[in-house]
Design a protein around this ligand. Structure first.
Ligand code: SRM
Ligand code: SF4
Length: 571
């Protein structure tokens, strides 16, 4: 299909890039500017980095006739969100040495560093490599970090699903040696690197890679904490006798849309069948190749798999998949998701191993007055023998803590002012809330999110407490623009930035991530948000049925209509 299309600019840049090299080497060496050459700003994304400016300083720098303060965000993939203590320590050091001193835990279980200067990019990436981490395919038109439910309690199925997640991740990692050549002096030190002597070729992607970003998540019912339906491919683990048997396969999820363009919309993935675990990598590969061949390369606003699917129809897509596989998917198996958030606090297993899920506001690991989370975690990483699990909700699980370390972990957190039991310390609204990065680094933000949400929640917490709802879990998600990085259309309350200080309010998503929300009111400022939500929450406190979730309640009471498919999101 791509042949008849007038290709977008990015397609030409990829085509001419010699497998993602472009003129990046020259751009990096140019001492005159902190920026890259324009074409290279597209290519560096495939290496895991975005060129950004400090937007707080943009106008002042312009007034002083200085170029914007360019710096780079770097995203480090962590398949399944599982990092070792040594990796945590390395990221912590690199944040201080080359970035803004904070670590961002993302909504896709990855790490981000912000504020890295061009001259420090190479050393930073070399630092990842020393800890067996990489940033290749953190961003760009390829498969991104593969997500997996981080729950350590279902440890056997988790371990098996984790192997699948890693396998998918490695299989779909670009093969180009450009990453190793540009950042690591050609000296890869671990397994996702191409084999020695391997030709630069991309057997799965081809030289223009995919039309757009591509995302895969694995979920283990009953927890949908990776929001699998928001992904291009969502894999729902099916368990048999305590072992991983296979996956229900869902395709065509995505959140992004553009204001004023109702032909762009968030969409949840459709389940198309079941595949035994041994064949799932093959299924992912073939779905990727269909999107490679059929996706729109002319207009990037319509390039995601969700639009390909709605253009050709599910049946045609499934037929093509079966043909490329040489076998058919089996009928989907029964499953049930009950929740999509994280469960906080200590969980101690019969065998003595303990897991502690910590609330990380906005996913930002930093030291703040009165709460030195970054320092506490660094000290824990020095003796912890289990792992650090990044959740898809920007939180952190200290998993598999040895019995003899439990007290020390608790004491260190308390000493540094970090609330250990988020369930006691925070309202249900706050502990489930997500906010994307937005200002000051995101170039696409219209409004604040991560920096502002805590302030809005101070007011909403008051409302929740007054209404006796402080321990009710209600999913609230805020983003600074409609791209959807904190999956706001899956919020029972979704706030999406329209302009500085103004948000659209969406209501009615399902608590288990299986229904999108719907626009309720537009362009609200803070007073408007509080005024719009207070009567709804009061009605909920009074009029809900037993166990009824807020997202279901607002639909039953007729505040919004249920969204049944991405195509009716705007209706
Ligand atoms: Fe995102 C672009 C941050 C998860 C949909 N996202 C961006 C950029 C890179 C802005 C840019 O293109 O210049 C943001 C960088 C901000 C910064 O300063 O760090 C950005 N996205 C993030 C993160 C860090 C949000 C967070 O606070 O955690 C998440 C990093 C994930 C990761 O580790 O890989 C992040 N982004 C998501 C998600 C959620 C998910 O994947 O589950 C989505 C919605 C799902 C989807 O893809 O549909 C998402 N980001 C987008 C889009 C819209 C894509 C679309 O199809 O329309 C953009 C803009 C684009 O691609 O053109 C975008
Ligand atoms: Fe930036 Fe928009 Fe994503 Fe927020 S949702 S990080 S503002 S692109």
């Amino acid at each position: 299909m791509a042949d008849n299309q007038k290709l977008s600019e990015v397609e030409h840049v990829k085509d001419a890039s010699r497998y993602l090299r472009g003129t990046l080497a020259e751009s990096l060496e140019n001492p005159i500017t902190g920026a890259l050459y324009p074409d290279d700003t597209h290519l560096i994304k495939f290496h895991g980095s975005y060129q950004q400016t400090d937007r707080d300083l943009d106008s002042e720098r312009k007034r002083q006739k200085l170029e914007p303060l360019y710096s780079f965000m770097i995203r480090v993939r962590v398949p399944g969100g599982v990092a070792t203590p040594a990796q945590w320590l390395r990221m912590d050091e690199l944040a201080d040495e080359y970035a803004n001193g904070t670590l961002k835990l993302t909504t896709r279980q990855a790490f981000q560093l912000h504020g890295v200067l061009k001259r420090d990019l190479q050393q930073t990436i070399q630092g990842f490599n020393e800890a067996l981490l990489d940033s290749i395919a953190g961003c760009g038109d390829v498969n991104r970090n593969v997500m997996l439910n981080p729950n350590p309690h279902q440890s056997r199925v988790h371990a098996e699903a984790y192997e699948v997640a890693r396998h998918i991740s490695t299989h779909l990692t670009p093969r180009t040696s450009a990453y190793w050549e540009l950042w690591l002096n050609g000296e890869p030190q671990f397994s996702s690197a191409p084999n020695e002597g391997e030709e630069d070729a991309e057997p799965i992607y081809g030289k223009t890679y995919l039309p757009r970003k591509f995302k895969i998540a694995l979920g283990i019912p009953p927890h949908n904490d990776t929001d699998i339906f928001a992904n291009d491919i969502g894999l729902i683990a099916v368990e048999e006798n305590g072992r991983l048997a296979g996956f229900n396969v869902a395709v065509g999820g995505g959140m992004g849309m553009t204001f004023g363009m109702s032909d762009t919309y968030p969409r949840l993935a459709d389940i198309i069948g079941y595949v035994p675990a041994g064949q799932v990598v093959d299924v992912c590969e073939k779905i990727v190749t269909i999107q490679r061949d059929w996706g729109n390369r002319e207009n990037r606003k319509f390039s995601r798999l969700k639009y390909t699917l709605d253009r050709v129809g599910l049946d045609v897509f499934r037929g093509e998949l079966h043909q490329r596989l040489g076998y058919a998917l089996e009928p989907a198996r029964p499953y049930q998701f009950r929740s999509s958030g994280d469960a906080f606090g200590w969980a101690i297993q019969a065998d003595g191993r303990a897991h502690l899920t910590l609330f990380v506001e906005g996913g930002r690991v930093a030291d703040r007055p009165g709460s030195e989370l970054k320092t506490a975690l660094r000290e824990i990483a020095r003796f912890h023998q289990g792992d650090f699990r990044l959740t898809g909700n920007q939180n952190l699980i200290l998993a598999n803590i040895a019995p003899e370390h439990r007290l020390a972990v608790q004491a260190l957190l308390q000493e540094h002012g970090v609330p250990v039991e988020a369930n006691d310390a925070l309202t249900g609204l706050r502990r489930g809330a997500l906010a994307c990065v937005a200002l000051n680094t995101c170039t696409l933000a219209f409004a604040e999110a991560e920096r502002y949400l805590p302030q809005l929640l101070d007011r909403l917490d008051g409302v929740m407490r007054q209404l006796g709802l402080s321990q009710d879990d209600i999913l609230l998600r805020m983003t600074g623009c409609p791209n959807g990085c904190a999956r706001p259309y899956l919020g029972e309350i979704g706030l999406v930035g329209r302009a500085v200080g103004r948000y659209n309010l969406y209501l009615g998503a399902a608590f288990n991530g299986e229904r999108l929300n719907k626009l309720y009111q537009e362009m609200l400022d803070e007073d408007g948000i509080v005024a719009a939500l207070t009567p709804l929450l009061a009605d909920y406190a009074q009029g809900r049925q037993p166990q009824e979730r807020f997202g279901d309640f607002v639909i039953r009471r007729g505040y919004v209509h249920a969204t049944t498919h991405g195509l009716d999101f705007h209706q």
